[in-house]
Design a protein around this ligand. Structure first.
Ligand code: KIV
Length: 264
């Protein structure tokens, strides 16, 4: 299915999948070859994540990733992403004001071919989400562990473990949905909290290190292929066991949809 003739998977598809209880399988990609491979394997969503700062550029965080980097990699991926919904990350400091957020999100969609933008969100970003949404830009709000804040957080540890911060995250999720967010992504939060958030909102919720009750899962492609430099995060599973890359991706999609991954 070509996007020239068809939109492929849209936010309506993802909403229907949530309603029908079909799990949404998502992976990152940063180049056209892997975009094609994931698309052919039947992935629902491809994210051009700012994780490229570590995976592609070899850095120790996502903080150094620029708008030009995101435009370049999103353009590479969009050239071969025929069916999956294509989301691009808004990099560090690219959405500090309404004007910069609107300008940079427009560039990701118009110049690079993104169909949705993702930004790391707290209550402070609800206004920005509302503005983007009102202007016709679909938004995925990324909550929980927000890697762009790593130097403020001091680590990449699980977030919202105490009651106060868990309630705050739940309230923020609801506020972001009301502001017009189309998708929520929960990273490294307790499974019980992720489950509560999922049941408290009506938009699709994607998890990473957030248990198996979310409406879908996302992982970094290089992590499922077992080619991550250094030790991968504990929630990662290597699907590349004596098989081809295509088979590993298909096994990941199958296990997400069957509710087998993550196993708790
Ligand atoms: O940047 C990224 O790849 C991400 C995923 C890990 C969710 O945000």
């Amino acid at each position: 299915m070509s996007k020239q003739n068809s939109l492929g998977i849209t936010i309506n598809t993802l909403r229907n999948m949530r309603t029908q209880g079909e799990k949404i399988a998502c992976l990152t990609a940063y180049d056209s070859s892997f975009a094609q491979l994931l698309d052919d394997a039947g992935i629902d969503v491809i994210l051009v994540g700012d994780s490229l700062g570590m995976v592609i550029q070899g850095g120790s965080s996502t903080v150094s990733v620029t708008m030009e980097d995101m435009l370049y990699h999103t353009h590479c991926v969009s050239s071969r992403c025929q069916n999956a919904l294509l989301i691009a990350d808004m990099p560090f400091m690219s959405y500090t004001t309404l004007e910069t957020a609107l300008h940079n999100a427009t560039r990701l969609m118009q110049e690079a071919g993104a169909q949705m933008v993702k930004l790391e969100a707290t209550q402070r970003q609800t206004e920005i989400v509302a503005e983007l949404s009102a202007c016709g830009i679909p938004v995925c709000a990324h909550l929980g562990l927000r890697p762009q804040y790593v130097h403020k957080l001091g680590s990449y540890q699980t977030q919202a473990k105490d009651q106060v911060s868990a309630e705050e995250l739940l309230a923020t999720s609801i506020a972001l949905e009301q502001a017009g967010a189309d998708l929520l992504l929960l990273e490294c939060v307790p499974a019980e909290l992720a489950s509560k958030v999922t049941d408290s909102v009506s938009l699709p919720v994607i998890g990473i290190g957030a248990g198996n009750h979310c409406n879908g899962q996302i992982l970094v492609l290089q992590d499922i292929l077992g080619i991550t430099a250094g030790a991968p995060p504990s929630f990662v599973k290597n699907f590349m066991q004596q098989c081809s890359i295509q088979d590993a991706v298909k096994k990941y999609i199958y296990e997400v949809k069957a509710g087998l991954f993550p196993d708790r």
